[in-house]
Write a protein that binds this ligand. Structure first.
Ligand SMILES: Cc1ncc(COP(=O)(O)O)c(C=O)c1O
Length: 355
């Protein structure tokens, strides 16, 4: 605490990201990174961009990147005016909360969800109410039928991995035409349908994506949002009141190459999905309850073992997974899908621990 801090700083409880350990040789299954590296074309594009032009500011509007993202949406026919980009989807979300979700009525989001949402609310003074998941840890769209200033949730949800179908999303949008609805699709490429195709019909829908997961670029920091040009214009107003150049030249070059390399994207995300199904079967064999997942992680609990103790023992065995000390979910572990060798190491460690 310092007497020089602004008042709001005293009230903040900042988000705590998953550990980025300095130790080598850990099996790192704790922050939902992709076990496969980025496309070789991404690395080549970044190398090509590392040149004298770095002395110049990047394009503040990131037009070439917005074009590449719009083009990557294919049948959804997204125009570049419907695209916003930022330095990781966390930054995109920070702009979204400020630009679209601060109203007198409370913002609604699930009681179990991405734990950054309440942090943004505290930072910007946004009133919010959480809406309980059902006993199977699923979002209940009908529970959102209450007065509100906006709605946000990840689809698939984090850290549960459970998802709403496109039909459920459409019904939710139809029930809430007058407030912004934000669908955070950080994990959507691992097995459920994107709401991007609903953007044309619903001017209140904003879909947020990241390149950190399915495009293997967590270290590059790149996220984007798709929505009606009016929503995007609001986001740009906030962004241009905060940082004109959130996307640097190297990130721009790498992200464009990533969005264009559809083959690599499809190959690696399908590999992750196949590993997820194999790991889910192995964990079930070991007695874990495994929630259905359309993400690059599994959310699991063992009926006889304490979640925190399991995570601590795995760490001693050089395997790190995520445990949340939070109501309703403190028995669970969230396990990122690694390579098959990493998943196998996890299974062998758990086998030994449960013996
Ligand atoms: C649901 C959800 N949204 C957004 C993010 C932020 O991703 P990034 O800032 O790396 O784009 C994460 C990261 O784990 C997440 O789980």
């Amino acid at each position: 605490m310092s007497r020089f801090w602004s008042d709001v700083v005293h009230t903040l409880t900042p988000y705590v990201p998953g550990e980025q350990p300095k130790l080598e040789n850990l099996v790192k299954l704790n922050t939902n990174e992709n076990p496969y590296g980025p496309s070789p074309k991404v690395l080549e594009a970044i190398r090509d961009a590392a040149q004298d032009s770095l002395r110049l500011y990047p394009d503040p509007n990131a037009d070439l990147l917005r074009n590449a993202i719009a083009a990557s949406q294919g049948v959804h026919a997204i125009s570049p005016r419907q695209v916003f980009v930022g330095n990781g989807s966390d930054e995109v979300l920070a702009v979204v909360f400020q630009a679209l979700l601060k109203h007198d009525r409370p913002l609604l989001f699930p009681d179990i969800t991405y734990s950054f949402y309440p942090v943004y609310c505290a930072l910007y003074g946004i009133p919010y109410r959480t809406v309980p998941l059902d006993d199977a840890f699923q979002i209940r769209p009908e529970a959102y039928d209450q007065p509100c200033g906006g709605i946000i949730f990840p689809n698939p949800n984090a850290p549960t991995g459970r998802w709403l179908t496109l039909a459920q999303l459409e019904a939710l949008l139809a029930a809430h035409p007058d407030v912004p609805v934000v669908v955070d699709e950080a994990y959507v490429d691992f097995g459920c349908e994107s709401a991007a195709g609903l953007v044309q019909a619903h001017s209140n829908l904003l879909v947020v994506h990241t390149l950190s997961k399915s495009r293997s670029l967590a270290g590059l920091r790149m996220g984007f949002a798709l929505g009606h040009p009016e929503l995007i214009a609001g986001l740009d107003r906030v962004k241009n009141s905060f940082n004109s150049y959130p996307v640097d030249r190297l990130a721009m070059a790498g992200a464009i190459a990533a969005m264009e390399d559809q083959d690599y994207f499809d190959r690696t995300r399908h590999a992750v999905m196949a590993s997820r199904e194999r790991l889910a079967a192995e964990l079930a064999r070991l007695g874990f309850q495994v929630l259905p997942s359309a993400a690059n992680f599994l959310f699991v609990r063992h009926p006889d073992r304490d979640g925190a103790a399991l995570a601590a023992e795995l760490r001693q065995r050089s395997i790190i997974v995520r445990h949340f000390k939070a109501p309703r979910i403190d028995a669970f572990l969230r396990i990122t899908i690694g390579t098959d060798a990493q998943c196998q190491a996890l299974v062998e460690a758990l086998e030994a621990m449960l013996r």
